[in-house]
Design a protein around this ligand. Structure first.
Ligand code: ADP
Length: 673
């Protein structure tokens, strides 16, 4: 990842959301178009099936009709040839008429069409009773002329005959020529009722929603059968029934309720189910996409937040893969080392910010750290080099870089530039040292008066011994040899004593190396004891030292700790002196604290007095530098004491020492072998 990469710029996000929406709309329109097309095709298919059915039905009806007409002609021919006797003809004709409802009348006519025999259908009133048959003769003539010409049966054009009930019948004449030995002897004329023809021949096979009719070529309806259940949609098929002498159209209408039916067939049902499934899938997809969008938005926000955080950090961040190649740097890191991200990314050891003189060591250190696994949490110090070649100290804290699947992909380091911190530390250390030296000298200044008081005694003793010796010498040295020797020994003793006093001050003031070492607590107390005793004697204070044997060694800078002990004892004695306590006593005690953590032991030093205690107003400012209640005090003692103790990791506290006085306690770490 590049530090300069900006995730999801807002303009791009707007554009992509616009495009996503338009894609969704397009998809929706396409699906809708697909569904409409499917439904339309299904309806069309359904219509074509219905149409094909009607076509088939009309073809079947036509062929039925043809064969029925042919059979009828044959039956009529049988009547012609077989029954010349009048009664027999009438009987036979009546039998035929009973069998064939489609005929309304059968006539036998002579060669000039003169009527010889006639028989009407028993199923209806005679059709021609009221009207003169003459009116219909042209059709009969036409049929018989054609029959004569063809020497076979022939039909005439249909004609309408009104009936008494106000309705009428569409009739069609059939004429069969009667030929005997090559000579025309007469005609047999049968009159068809077209509507009865339809009912008799096709009616039984027809469905309830079908209607069959005879029409003329121009569509004029002649006769029909079947009262169809009307629907919204009609399917029509027609076929030509070409008869000798006449041609009529057989037409069939099939009605459907509505179009399209909701579930008219399996195909439509299937299409509907698939459409519902498709819409459901689309809906789920949309839902999923919306959720993804939300997550994407959250992720973009999180990334933007992370980016802002990284950019505002003053801590340098650097990520390296398992081979030590830099995979990420933040702006603070680039600023720290003065290299651009391009100069750093993808670079393995040696990194451009490694000082060349340490490069080898760093490479080794890196290998060791990477193979060791978990680096120390508190980090380690190192030195980096800026692009201009200047070196600067850094604190590096490393942690393993774990990816989303829990695998370690590298190392993440936080790098702190500690050059400024170092400079401040150096400054404070120097000023601290100066302050300590000053404080020590101030202590010495205070002690000058003690010294003069303490040295007074041996010096006065030496002076009086010297005077005595001189007197002895004047009165005769031979006799006073023994006394002189005693006096000299005394002088030497007193001079020794004065020398020890001076040495104790000198030892304390002499600057020693500052180093932590393991020191027995007894030694620390013993080192300050001569100076404590000096002051105690002057002020008449009883000093009690309680340092049990068997205590562990103290890990400390002994000069500093001696200074602390001296400051506390001096403060205690001064406080008792100022308040005029009757029997001033000072208790210096050392004890080991109970073991808290495995391997960590502490020693507690305490200095107790029976002075006036510390007033409330003074308590808050006690450790403030230069705070003092004494006219000649500097106010540095306690603040220095606390700094020293805290530098050792310990605490300096004070509390009341009932019934009267104060106890100052401080802790120091015990030495661990
Ligand atoms: P200084 O001794 O030069 O005044 P310190 O920092 O050592 O400076 O002490 C600050 C002040 O704390 C003293 O002036 C004194 O008022 C008070 N103080 C210190 N030790 C004691 C004590 N044992 N009893 C009462 N007051 C004390």
């Amino acid at each position: 990842m590049n530090a300069a990469a900006l995730p999801f710029p807002s303009g791009l996000r707007r554009l992509s959301s616009w495009r996503r929406w338009s894609l969704w709309v397009l998809l929706g329109v396409l699906v809708l178009a697909l569904l409409v097309t499917l439904v339309y095709l299904a309806a069309r298919y359904e219509a074509s099936v219905a149409q094909a059915n009607v076509e088939r039905d009309v073809t079947d009806a036509l062929s039925d009709m043809r064969s029925a007409l042919t059979r009828n002609v044959q039956e009529l021919q049988a009547l012609q040839s077989g029954h010349p006797v009048k009664q027999a003809w009438e009987r036979e004709a009546e039998r035929l008429l009973r069998r064939h409802r489609e005929w309304v009348r059968i006539e036998a006519r002579g060669p000039n069409l003169e009527l010889i025999e006639e028989e009407d259908s028993p199923y209806r009133q005679p059709v021609f009773n009221q009207f003169d048959r003459v009116n219909t003769l042209p059709e009969v003539q036409q049929a018989c002329l054609t029959a004569r010409r063809l020497s076979s049966h022939a039909y005439a054009r249909s004609h309408f005959v009104p009936q008494a009930d106000g309705l009428g019948l569409e009739l069609m004449e059939l004429c069969l020529p009667e030929v005997e030995v090559g000579r025309l002897v007469g005609f047999l004329v049968a009159t068809y009722s077209l509507s009865d023809l339809l009912a008799a021949q096709i009616g039984p096979q027809m469905g309830r929603s079908q209607e069959i009719s005879f029409t003329e070529a121009d569509g004029t309806r002649l006769a029909m059968h079947g009262l169809a259940r009307r629907g919204a949609r009609v399917f029509t098929a027609q076929q030509l029934l070409d008869l000798p002498g006449n041609t009529i159209v057989l037409r069939m209408d099939s009605w459907r309720r509505s179009e399209p039916d909701l579930f008219p067939n399996v195909l439509t049902a299937l299409v509907t189910v698939m459409s519902i499934a498709l819409v459901t899938v689309l809906f789920m997809l949309g839902h999923d996409t919306r959720r993804r969008l939300r997550v994407e938005q959250d992720l973009a926000d999180a990334l933007a937040f992370r980016k802002a955080m990284e950019d505002s950090l003053v801590t340098g961040l650097r990520a390296r893969d398992l081979h030590g190649r830099t995979t990420y740097v933040n702006p603070a890191f680039c600023q720290m080392v003065g290299f651009s991200p391009e100069q750093l990314l993808g670079r393995g050891a040696p990194a451009p910010y490694w000082p060349p003189e340490f490069a080898e060591d760093y490479a080794k250190r890196q290998t060791v750290r990477f193979t060791a696994g978990r680096p120390p949490r508190e980090g380690f110090e190192s030195v980096f080099m800026r692009e201009d070649g200047t070196r600067f100290p850094v604190l590096i804290i490393e942690a393993p870089l774990i990816n989303a699947t829990g695998l370690q992909t590298g190392w993440m380091s936080a790098v702190l530039d500690i050059s400024e911190q170092r400079r401040v530390e150096e400054l404070s250390r120097a000023s601290q040292e100066r302050l300590q030296a000053t404080a020590r000298l101030a202590t010495v200044g205070e002690m000058a008066s003690l010294l003069s008081h303490e040295l007074n005694q041996p010096l006065a003793a030496i002076a009086s011994y010297a005077h005595g010796s001189m007197n002895l010498l004047q009165h005769g040295p031979e006799t006073a040899a023994g006394d002189l020797q005693v006096a000299m020994v005394r002088i030497a003793e007193q001079a020794d004593r004065a020398g020890r006093v001076i040495k104790s001050v000198h030892d304390f003031v002499r600057r020693r190396d500052q180093a932590r070492e393991a020191v027995p607590p007894q030694a620390l107390v013993a080192a300050v004891l001569p100076l404590v005793n000096l002051q105690a004697r002057k002020l008449g204070v009883r000093v009690e030292i309680r340092v049990p044997s068997g205590l562990p060694l103290v890990q400390c800078d002994r000069t500093m700790v001696e200074q602390v002990l001296l400051n506390l004892t001096r403060n205690a004695m001064q406080a008792m002196d100022e308040s005029g306590v009757r029997h001033p006593a000072l208790v210096v005690q050392v004890r080991a604290t109970p073991v808290r953590e495995a391997g960590h032991r502490w020693l507690e030093f305490s200095v107790a007095d029976c002075g006036p205690g510390i007033p409330e107003g003074v308590k808050e400012q006690l450790f403030t530098p230069f705070f003092t209640t004494k006219t000649e005090g500097m106010g540095l003692g306690l603040s220095l004491c606390r700094t020293v103790v805290e530098q050792h990791g310990g605490h300096l506290l004070f509390e009341a020492n009932p019934p009267q006085g104060t106890i100052f306690r401080f802790t120091l770490p015990a030495h661990i072998d």
